[in-house]
Ligand binder design. Structure first.
Ligand SMILES: Nc1nc2c(ncn2[C@@H]2O[C@H](COP(=O)(O)OP(=O)(O)OP(=O)(O)O)[C@@H](O)[C@H]2O)c(=O)[nH]1
Length: 768
């Protein structure tokens, strides 16, 4: 008892902000300005968790966008991963919808006429719900804040707005238009007119628990989500079994319900002051016993804090006066202020309790679900992050290998190119030497080749020209076939070997998967290598003019020439060689003209001009002084050896002449012709030895260089392809880096959200 009195007295003294507000007597908005209301805990918690869920919503949507971005062709996230994360969008949306509707709900129960509606009206500072003697409230009436700040009604399941005055008919048991007792009417009241409504408190009035047998149905329909139950008892009597039964049922369906007991109509005690304390103690003990021992919903000490002795009628009257509203019975009984302050004390305790309870029961599960969603999405992102990181590691390794391969190819290509260049140069020199040697040897056996030619020889000019042309073809064909036979297989073999080595060396530097393709591109030679050259005897021997006139072997000119030992120069006397007459044997000769000129001028120790001079001098000497000299010589011989010897010698000389003259047949002329031809052709062929060998070596060089160029092109194609691959790998790495960075960022945001929810728990759920 002393505790209750002290509590009331301290309230009277204006202890606490709530009191101050009421004593200041502001007409309507006194409580509205009370920012320290315990209800603000719920309001702040709701705002906070709502803000967190806005962030969670954005986060999940960002995660879905990200998952879409890294799925599909990129293949970092699977379609299943995307679907898993996507499912959270609707889940978060659903939680946000529930959050919007989350409120603090208090349900008032008690026997008929105990004053439930009057208590609610007093709490709302206005006479909103119907009240009166007898059975008044016929159905459940839920008072909640109106979002549009207008007052109206709505029956459950209907969208129609009804006039708020009609609550007197719909909810009144005595009206013909009343609803069924299990029906629910929503009464929307402007939030700005009441702090409770503004702070999301919903108050539910009920018919008396003594007028219906359907208590279970009531509980199932309207009580399961209630944060606080208020049992409005009649202080003029005592707690009844019907009331107790109802709360027994409640406590079986709801774990640890928050129950307040208001001993209403305490104003009646003013008329019997002598038993006031005893009655109060009796009621209080019974209530404490009921809550702590019977229902076991709280300890006896806690129960003491939840039992109040009030007069709802007086509280409503006081508040109506404050708002300058007309009241029916303006006279208040003694001690009304104490009872009023106890009512205010009840409101304070109720607000604390409902706020904490609603925060715990409603937001704890949201917070838990928020953490689960953040953790699940984070796990999905972690998976994507790991996948991106693993793939990046693989790609970086691939990039390293490609780099190494490219560098190795470049290095080896440089080495091989140098070696192949040396090899080609060596081969070119070798071929040049071989061709030169072989051609020289073949020139030496040219007379045999010419001798093999056995066409009919006739000294007439026309026949002789025809014979000469045919002999050209014979020499061309014979020399050509022999050179081909001797050179082609030999050089061809060397070429094949060189090309094979070249190909093998180049294949070895190609990546293994490119070798097959390279092998298909470079087909080995089907035909053996052939030295290509064209021997044109028509050009080569264009300046050949045979000399088939009869010459006695022992004639003076012949003897002089024999003495000089320069028989071969007889033709040269008539046709000294000129540089211009050296025909090109291969049209695309790589040798410069000067080279040829230099080669062709090196005929012998004396020049052609020198030889002409000497010959002319000798003949001149013999012909101009012949008569005189012959006479002198004849006289000298006759005197020295005698006329017999001279006669015999002359006879022999004449016989020799006659013999040679007689044997000067077509055959002899053919022999002479061939001899002159061989001498001329040999000399001309010798002039083109260097040119021909240079051409052949050039052919070899071209063949090998072309082959090498093709191989280089293959390597180049392979490296270009590898460069492209490298670029692709680099792009991939960049993409994977971006993906893993984004996954990491989102993953960190999940941590941030989980941390925010932890802070929320610390601030609102773990409060004592
Ligand atoms: N003297 C006195 N009368 C009260 C008090 N509270 C309510 N009454 C009156 O009791 C009667 C019934 O009040 P209601 O608020 O309608 O009671 P109720 O519990 O809602 O009744 P039902 O709606 O029928 O269940 C009304 O005439 C009120 O004026 C109070 O504290 N003191």
């Amino acid at each position: 008892m002393a505790a209750y009195v002290n509590r009331s007295m301290s309230m009277m003294a204006g202890d606490g902000p709530h009191n101050v507000a009421i004593l200041n007597n502001g007409p309507v908005r006194v409580n509205m300005a009370n920012v320290d209301s315990p209800l603000q805990i719920f309001v702040r918690a709701k705002k906070k968790i709502n803000d967190i869920f806005v962030e969670i919503d954005d986060y999940v949507k960002d995660a879905v966008s990200f998952m879409h971005a890294v799925s599909g062709e990129k293949g970092i996230a699977t379609p299943q991963d995307v679907a898993n994360v996507e499912a959270y969008v609707s889940k978060v949306q659903a939680i946000r919808e529930v959050l919007k509707r989350d409120h603090m709900k208090v349900a008032f129960f008690g026997r008929t006429s105990n004053g439930k509606s009057t208590v609610i009206n007093a709490m709302l500072h206005d006479k909103i719900l119907p009240s009166g003697i007898g059975h008044t409230t016929n159905c459940f009436l839920q008072v909640e804040g109106s979002d549009t700040n207008e007052a109206f009604l709505r029956t459950d399941g209907s969208e129609e707005k009804l006039n708020v005055q009609s609550v007197s008919q719909l909810g009144h048991a005595l009206c013909a238009s009343r609803l069924q007792e299990c029906s629910l009417v929503h009464v929307y009241w402007p939030r700005e007119l009441c702090a409770l409504l503004r702070d999301d408190v919903v108050l539910v009035d009920s018919p008396g628990v003594d007028v219906t047998p359907n208590l279970d149905e009531w509980i199932d329909q309207y009580c399961l989500d209630a944060d606080v139950f208020v049992l409005v008892a009649n202080a003029e009597s005592t707690l009844m079994v019907t009331e107790k039964n109802f709360f027994h049922k409640v406590s079986t369906k709801i774990s640890q319900p928050n129950i307040f007991i208001l001993n209403n109509r305490w104003d009646a005690s003013a008329s019997e002051p002598e038993y006031l304390d005893q009655v109060r103690t009796q009621h209080a003990n019974r209530c404490v016993d009921f809550l702590s021992r019977e229902l076991r919903v709280c300890s006896p000490k806690e129960a003491e804090e939840r039992i109040f002795f009030i007069s709802a009628k007086e509280a409503l009257l006081t508040r109506m006066r404050e708002r300058e509203k007309p009241v029916s019975s303006p006279i208040l009984a003694d001690g009304h202020q104490v009872r009023y302050f106890e009512f205010v004390d009840f409101e304070r305790k109720f607000e604390e309790c409902i706020s904490q309870s609603a925060v715990r029961t409603k937001f704890a599960q949201h917070s838990r679900r928020g953490k689960n969603i953040a953790a699940d999405v984070m796990a999905a992102l972690e998976q994507v992050y790991n996948s991106a990181t693993d793939r990046k590691t693989t790609m970086v390794e691939k990039q390293r290998l490609l780099h190494e391969q490219l560098s190795a190819i470049e290095e080896q290509l440089t080495t091989i190119t140098r070696q192949m260049k040396d090899k080609i140069n060596r081969m070119v020199e070798s071929v040049e030497h071989k061709v030169s040697l072989t051609l020289s040897q073949e020139i030496r056996r040219l007379s045999a080749l010419v001798d093999e030619y056995d066409a009919l020889f006739r000294p007439e000019r026309a026949a002789l020209e025809q014979y000469k042309r045919a002999l050209h073809r014979h020499v061309e064909a014979g020399l050509g076939s022999r050179l081909k036979k001797r050179l082609s297989s030999d050089i061809g073999h060397e070429m094949d070997e060189a090309q094979k080595e070249m190909a093998e060396r180049m294949y070895s530097i190609l990546p293994s998967h490119k070798r097959g393709a390279a092998a298909a591109v470079i087909v080995p030679h089907q035909q053996p290598f052939e030295v290509l050259y064209r021997l044109n005897c028509d050009n080569l021997c264009a300046d050949f003019h045979e000399d088939l006139s009869f010459r006695f072997s022992y004639g003076i000119t012949a003897l002089i020439q024999r003495f000089q030992g320069k028989h071969a120069n007889r033709i040269a006397l008539k046709n000294p060689p000129t540089y211009a007459q050296i025909p090109p044997t291969i049209s695309n000769s790589p040798l410069p003209t000067m080279e040829v000129s230099r080669t062709s001028s090196a005929i012998g120790p004396l020049s052609a001009e020198d030889w002409g001079m000497i010959s002319r001098f000798a003949l001149g000497t013999l012909t101009s002084q012949g008569t005189m000299g012959g006479l002198l010589l004849s006289g000298l011989l006759l005197k020295t050896v005698g006329w017999r010897v001279v006669a015999v010698t002359a006879a022999v000389y004449g016989a020799l002449y006659a013999y040679e003259r007689l044997t000067w047949t077509a055959k002899a002329q053919e022999r002479l012709f061939k001899k002159q031809y061989v001498a001329h052709a040999s000399k001309k062929l010798r002039l083109i030895v260097d040119l021909t060998s240079a051409n052949c070596s050039h052919q070899v060089q071209q063949e090998l260089s072309t082959m090498f160029a093709r191989l280089c092109r293959l390597v180049d194609e392979a490296t270009t392809e590898m460069d492209g691959e490298l670029c692709e790998v680099r792009d991939n790495i960049k993409l994977l880096e971006d993906a893993s960075a984004a996954a990491k960022r989102l993953r960190n945001k999940a941590n941030y959200l989980a941390h925010e929810l932890e802070l929320f728990d610390d601030s609102f759920l773990k409060r004592d």
